[in-house]
Design a protein around this ligand. Structure first.
Ligand code: HEM
Length: 202
């Protein structure tokens, strides 16, 4: 096993243990119920969202502000991706736990299809974050998979975190999400325009 593969497995195991422990603590402290499972589900998803945002802006930040910190962030993007994928698998485990423990709940089939597709992409991205599978699929397929996955998962976050019909839009919880998402999009678009401007003209 190479050093990088060992490191990736260590990150995976550490994040799996920490996320499971956190979910267990939330459910135990609140008493096992549908409500406590939902609190744990929201918490795991929001941690994933934070990791997702950092991954989303790592490259554009390194382009716009070259320096030690942004270079480190870019170098560690793979580790952050593994942490994201692992943490979000705990979200999946909590979903399975919820609908198994409370079979009377109606499973949301349509969001399950979109969420299932997102999970398929997350799993593929997680597997191809390890050296062997990365080499096996080649750089072109890797780029297509990871770019598609990034945008699809981003789309699911946006649709999940937006208020449902009848919910007030400007709650504190929604505001932080909107602000962070807008900042991330502005960073990405600024880097994209800057790159186009600096590209040699034909
Ligand atoms: C397999 C399908 C999925 C199901 C059945 C599911 C189910 C749930 C449930 C029951 C909650 C708690 C909702 C609440 O109590 O208000 C939740 C929260 C959340 N889920 Fe999932 N989830 C799925 C996949 C995903 C995926 C793939 C993502 C993102 C890529 C995601 C992102 C979120 C977010 C951001 C929240 C927190 C919402 C908030 O804070 O208001 N979920 N999910």
């Amino acid at each position: 096993m190479t050093r990088s593969t060992r490191r990736n497995f260590t990150i995976l195991a550490a994040v799996a243990a920490a996320s499971t422990l956190l979910a267990w603590a939330v459910i135990t402290l609140n008493g096992f119920s549908d409500d406590s499972l939902r609190i744990a589900l929201r918490l795991s998803a929001r941690i994933s969202f934070m990791l997702f945002l950092v991954i989303f802006v790592a490259r554009p930040l390194a382009q716009l502000f070259p320096g030690r910190l942004t270079r480190t962030l870019l170098r560690e993007r793979r580790s952050l991706g593994i942490a994201f994928g692992t943490n979000h698998i705990v979200h999946l485990a909590l979903i399975a736990c919820r609908y198994t423990a409370f079979p009377e709940l109606e499973y949301p089939v349509s969001s399950g299809i979109v969420g299932g597709t997102a999970y398929l992409l997350i799993l593929l991205m997680l597997i191809t974050s390890f050296d062997g599978p990365t080499r096996a699929i080649g750089p072109k397929a890797w780029r297509v998979l990871h770019k598609t996955g990034l945008y699809f998962v981003g789309f699911v976050f946006v649709t999940t975190l937006l208020p449902d019909e009848g919910d007030p839009f400007f709650t504190f919880e929604r505001a932080w999400f909107v602000v962070l998402t807008v900042i991330a999009l502005v960073i990405r678009m600024t880097a994209w325009f800057a790159q186009r401007k600096n590209a040699p003209q034909p």
